[in-house]
Design a binder for this molecule. Structure first.
Ligand SMILES: Cc1cc2nc3c(=O)[nH]c(=O)nc-3n(C[C@H](O)[C@H](O)[C@H](O)COP(=O)(O)O)c2cc1C
Length: 498
């Protein structure tokens, strides 16, 4: 075997032809790159150069003989040209660090967890928009509880269950979904991305997950549906994605009925009535911003008198005060009777926070309930959805059989979806991670966020020892920490009637 010139090695620095030098020998690893258990990027970073130092950090040298065919070894590198290789490598490193520092926004491929999108969004969004997305109620304890409670449930995995193939599909209100999670409704997406809701739902359609569209959207219900249909038509294969409608009930009954008519005509597949927002909660970070803005222009008096309104750019989701004509503080359970007459599709109550109301929803003939505290944006120290789910399991488990029970709030890891399913939920809503992904990267970010959660979910299924979601069951989780803290009524029979 003759010596190989370093300049020749340097030419093979791409995925389609990838050579590396290890321990003074040149290897053609082109066919191995995509199979490398540690991922292709680490090899490609050293393509066309000497990778010995990096390689030794992870592998013994005889690893090569296990993984590469004998003809992958091309021969020894010419010792006289070795120096050139080193120089090329250094130049590459400088170039990479220059291009990295020229952007505040990390490359999309660097987002590997759902939580990564928040920092990315923070780096590029106007401060006011970031505050809108991230703000929570009062001291932030409701949001913190949402985030923390997922970690307070532990898995009880089963092993040796042949988990080679897993099927993460489920049905949500009769519509097949590739995964048991969906996009939560969030208002005013125009503050987050110029493409607003259509850009968000483009990501959903491309990945096939369902989405709930907010009444408080930047674009009209008709525009959103129109763009969704266009997106569907542009797909080679129909996407399973359907759009549901999140309904903030207008105060005026005539307007409320008219809005339902529009929603029906547009073709939304279900009405998700938000019941945790008779008025807006106190969104603290938003209040600071409003106060600072008011103070800056000498309006500090009006900033403190919240009843009279004021800056409400992102109402109703952001304002922090009742929004006349948009939210109805007068809604009661009896309203469900006339709503049912006007709406013949599925009805889900969004924002159920205790077992009694879950039972009432069942008695009033709802099709589903969403256990939610509005992403910790409404009542101070409201229970997490998982806590409410534990209550329902304990005091009125029949609800889990009769209704589709959804949960949302603080979900940041695909594995955690499985915990909710084991405790009887049908699917989990995801809010801010998708919003941050949209803000930072548009629909491509949204797609990436779906992929991140989906991969975690499927790995989670395998490690938990299940191959389909109907195998999720209570014995696969230990929820005793939440159960210990659960509300204990004096009598064991729970009264749902008011
Ligand atoms: C910026 C933002 C806007 C929201 N707007 C609405 C809305 O218009 N209607 C609604 O019912 N819920 C709204 N929500 C609540 C979400 O639907 C969902 O309950 C919550 O975001 C889930 O928590 P997560 O963000 O931690 O995933 C909003 C949440 C956020 C973060």
């Amino acid at each position: 075997m003759g010596h190989i010139d370093g300049a020749e090695v340097a030419k093979h620095d791409k995925q389609k032809s990838c050579w590396i030098v290890l321990d003074s020998n040149v290897y053609d690893v082109t066919n191995f790159v995509s199979e490398h258990p540690g991922g292709a990027p680490i090899i490609l970073r050293h393509a066309g150069t000497d990778a010995t130092e990096e390689f030794k950090k992870y592998h013994p040298l005889d690893y090569l003989t296990d993984y590469l065919p004998a003809d992958a070894r091309l021969g020894p590198v010419d010792p006289g040209t070795f120096g050139q290789l080193r120089q090329i490598k250094e130049e590459k490193a400088v170039k990479a660090s220059d291009s990295d520092s020229s952007h505040d926004l990390p490359h999309l491929s660097l987002c590997v967890s759902a939580t990564d999108f928040e920092q990315a969004a923070k780096a590029v969004l106007p401060h006011k928009s970031y505050i809108y997305a991230s703000t929570s109620a009062n001291t932030g304890l409701s949001l913190k509880g949402n985030l923390d409670d997922w970690g307070r449930i532990h898995f009880r995995p089963r092993v040796m269950r042949n988990v080679g193939d897993v099927d993460p599909r489920c049905r949500i209100l009769g519509h097949e979904s590739p995964y048991p999670f969906y996009m939560s409704p969030m208002g005013t997406m125009g503050a987050i991305h110029a493409g607003a809701e259509p850009e968000m739902y483009k990501g959903a359609v491309r990945k096939g997950i369902h989405a709930v569209v907010s009444t408080a959207s930047t674009k009209s219900s008709e525009q959103i549906m129109q763009r969704y249909v266009e997106e569907q038509e542009s797909m080679k294969r129909a996407s399973p994605t359907v759009l549901f409608y999140q309904y903030y009930m207008p105060v005026d009954r005539t307007k409320a009925i008219a809005l339902m008519g529009i929603v029906k005509k547009c073709g939304y597949k279900g009405l998700w009535i938000t019941v945790d927002t008779p008025v807006l909660g106190k969104r603290t970070a938003d209040r600071y911003l409003q106060a600072e803005e008011a103070f800056a222009v000498g309006l500090e008096e009006s900033a403190s008198s919240w009843e009279t309104g004021g800056d409400n750019a992102f109402a109703p989701a952001m304002g922090g005060r009742p929004v006349q004509g948009q939210l109805s503080p007068h809604t009661t359970w009896e309203d469900l009777v006339w709503i049912r007459k006007e709406w013949d599709g599925p009805i889900v109550l969004k924002g159920i926070q205790c077992a009694e109301d879950a039972k009432l929803a069942m008695e009033y003939g709802c099709d589903g309930i969403l256990l939610s505290n509005h992403g910790g944006r409404q009542l101070h120290t409201a229970p997490s959805a998982l806590m409410t789910l534990c209550e329902i399991r304990t005091y009125c488990p029949e609800v889990l059989k009769k209704l589709e029970v959804f949960v949302d709030g603080g979900l940041r890891d695909g594995n955690d979806v499985l915990k909710a399913l084991c405790l009887g939920a049908k699917a989990v809503g995801v809010g801010r991670p998708f919003l941050y992904a949209l803000g930072a990267y548009g629909s491509k970010g949204v797609e990436r966020c779906v992929d991140v959660l989906a991969e975690e979910l499927q790995t989670g299924m395998r490690l938990l020892g299940i191959t389909s979601l109907d195998q999720c069951r209570p014995s696969l989780v230990n929820a005793s920490r939440l159960l210990n803290e659960m509300y204990r009524p004096d009598q064991f029979s729970i009264k749902s009637k008011l």
